[in-house]
Design a protein around this ligand. Structure first.
Ligand SMILES: Cc1cc2nc3c(=O)[nH]c(=O)nc-3n(C[C@H](O)[C@H](O)[C@H](O)COP(=O)(O)O)c2cc1C
Length: 175
C-alpha cells in the first residue's frame, strides 16, 4: 500500500526564476566545516564573521579563499585588510559560531581570543588557524572572494570539527 510522503521528503528542484530558498536548500546539501574569519579594521578593532565558504585553493603558493557577503558589516574591513585569519572551529566552539553570525554587541568580548603573530585576531581553542596575507579580492555576485596567502597555520590534532549541513550544526558520528 502506498504511503503519503510529506513535501519535505520529495525530491526538490530549482530552476531560473524559482524561489531562491530552494537553491539555498540545494547548496545546503554540501556539508562543510565552520570558520570565523577575522581581521582588524582601520581603527585596529577586531572584526569577524562566521563563514562556511572556506576553500583550500593552492598548495604552491599556499592559498585559501573565503566568500564574504557585500552587505555584511565586516565586508569593508575584510576587503581592505592586509592580513586576516581563518579560524576553523571545533565542536566546543558552536557558541562562537553563533556569536559571529548574529547581531551581538561585542563579539570579541564574548569569545576568548588573542593577537596572532601576524597581527590578526585569533580565536582560542580553534581546531586550526590560518593567518593570511591578502593575495587577491575577486568579485562574486553579492559576495566577494577573498584569497589569502597562508603565512602561518596551526592545528590541534586531537579535536573534532564543528560541521554544518542543511542549516544545522552537526558533529562527526563515526571514528
Ligand atoms: C554556518 C554559517 C555559515 C556562514 N557562512 C557565511 C559565508 O561564507 N560568508 C558570509 O558572508 N556570511 C556567512 N554567514 C553569515 C554571516 O556569518 C552573518 O551574516 C553575520 O551576521 C555577518 O556579520 P556582519 O554583518 O557583522 O559582518 C554564515 C552564517 C552561518 C551560521
Amino acid at each position: 500500500m502506498a504511503t503519503a510522503m510529506s513535501d519535505a521528503a520529495l525530491p526538490q528542484e530549482y530552476r531560473t526564476g524559482s524561489d531562491p530558498r530552494t537553491l539555498r536548500d540545494a547548496l545546503g546539501c554540501f556539508a562543510t566545516g565552520v570558520t570565523v574569519v577575522t581581521c582588524l579594521d582601520d581603527e585596529k578593532n577586531p572584526v569577524g564573521l562566521t563563514a562556511n565558504s572556506f576553500t583550500a585553493l593552492s598548495l604552491d603558493p599556499p592559498l585559501l579563499l573565503v566568500c564574504v557577503a557585500l552587505n555584511s558589516a565586516s565586508a569593508a574591513a575584510l576587503g581592505r585588510a592586509e592580513r586576516f585569519a581563518v579560524n576553523v572551529l571545533q565542536t566546543g566552539q558552536q557558541p562562537a559560531s553563533i556569536t559571529f553570525s548574529t547581531r551581538v554587541e561585542d563579539r570579541f568580548g564574548l569569545t576568548e581570543w588573542s593577537m596572532g603573530e601576524h597581527g590578526v585576531p585569533v580565536l582560542m581553542d580553534s581546531l586550526s588557524v590560518f593567518e593570511c596575507a591578502r593575495h587577491a579580492v575577486h568579485e562574486g555576485g553579492d559576495h566577494f572572494i577573498l584569497v589569502g596567502e597562508v603565512v602561518k597555520a596551526t592545528f590541534e590534532p586531537g579535536l573534532d570539527p564543528l560541521l554544518y549541513f542543511r542549516g544545522r550544526y552537526r558533529r562527526l558520528h563515526f571514528d
